[in-house]
Design a protein around this ligand. Sequence first.
Ligand code: PAF
Length: 276
Amino acid sequence: MVVETIADMKRLRLKLTEPVGFVPTMGYLHEGHLALVRQARAENPSVVVSIFVNPTQFGQEEDFTKYPRDPQRDLALLQKERVDIVFMPSVDKMYPPKFKNWVEVGKVAERLEGASRPGHFRGVATVVARLFDIIQPDRAYFGQKDAQQLLVIKKMVVDLNLSVEIVAVPTVREPDGLAMSSRNTYLNPEERKAALVLYQALSLAQKLWSQGEKDAERLRQEMTDLIQKQPLAEIDYISIADAETLDELDTVRPPALVSLAVKIGKTRLIDNVVVG
Ligand code: PAF
């Protein structure tokens, strides 16, 4: 069932059998989203998915209007997964004209993606807090692919004392290793091949670490050297950080989050692995 208003969503939520699993998305669904939905389906008698391209998490230079959308295809996919409710609010329902309150998460939101995309996590945390308030889920499912988003949401849930369990779902990859992302559709065939360099760099770091290399700067350098050999790739950041605090490490102590953002042509991609 598709629901478009907050009032209808709240009314129907009361009729759902608990626990309720919730998967927030911006649509244009791929196997990564479907893995979240399937896990939610397996663990809860009721599943709600939201499709909302959230304008406040896009920077001025970013691709909000160009962000890919295909609601009819999304709805058909979600019907196959036996989702109970698809919540598809409009922008003016989620952000009425007098909307003034924002969720600022602090330090964990300021580095990496937060540093490259100022305001991004304020938009994410605010819309997720609003969705949690409307849907009142018992569990909410987020992909490990957006590792920092996951940390930001977990921190928000602790700080605001929200009654929802956050479930992390492993990254789903294409057969060659590229992490699934709606933004992969922007890549032309040559860029698609070049995009593999993100996973190659992460795999290299993982391999060197398991062979005994614990010097984080040396690992960052090896990853940088590999990516710089790919002419279509431009590094935004390469990080080896504590997986909880995102503080950059000198010596790799597990669990460490190895993450990177790289532009392939005009498309900015992110990926990560946790070592240890
Ligand atoms: O990961 C996403 O697709 C978005 O950031 C989210 C969590 C749906 C919030 O808009």
